[in-house]
Design a protein around this ligand. Sequence first.
Ligand code: PEP
Ligand code: MN
Length: 263
Amino acid sequence: LASLDAHPEPSVIEISGVKVGGGHLGMIAGPCSVEDRDRMFRIAERVVASGANLFRGGAFKPRTSPYAFQGLGEDGLKLLREVGDKFGVPVVTEVTDPRLVELVAQYADMLQVGARNMQNFALLTEVGKSHRPVLLKRGMSATVTDLLMCAEYILSQGNANVVLCERGVKSFDPATRNLFDVAAVPLVHGLSHLPIIVDPSHATGRPDLIPACAMAGLAAGADGVHIEVHDCPEEAKSDGPQALLPDQYDELAAQMKSLAGLL
Ligand code: PEP
Ligand code: MN
């Protein structure tokens, strides 16, 4: 179902009125984690003014350590929903457990399946039964074929609204958090009708490298760009070191929009 044989034209996925794919760019921005209320409103106001058309924030966080901040849970979902309604922007948030899909789908416009859960088949089956669009991130050691087969799990349950995301793969070089595989973008477009966006934040883990990788992703044909933004990265509950400041996002968003206009 994910292949071009099944559907030769690029799919356009609609997320509560915002289209991604087939020439429509998804500009996803927001903090890694949903945090306190004032901060969420502040960040959202800035990124939406810069042109973000989808707002993100994790309420259920898949953390390496069980002692690290795990997210605000349902309170975080409520806050995210409030922010989305206030700024008129659909919200994207991660769901980490099949038992949480129904709850998360009550609040979020788009369900994110993170890299660590790409092959959580029970989760894929459950989001496949949901009516919400899904952002499926590539696993850090997954091939592009693996990614497409995981999309197949969702599509085969009846949910046709899947957007893929290249977020970097493990490499031998600790200079960057992951290795940004920009070739995955045209590779997917040659195999599948599904939109694919890039996430240079998790791919590089470095604010200084994010703009070049975002632009490279768009030049390669990406259907959108996912970027983490925080107004005080030192205080962030997760992924602070890779966050762009709102001013930096504003500058990059202007560059992305002008590049997209040329493509
Ligand atoms: C995230 O989007 O905050 C996240 C955890 O991403 P990934 O699953 O790509 O690591
Ligand atoms: Mn993150």
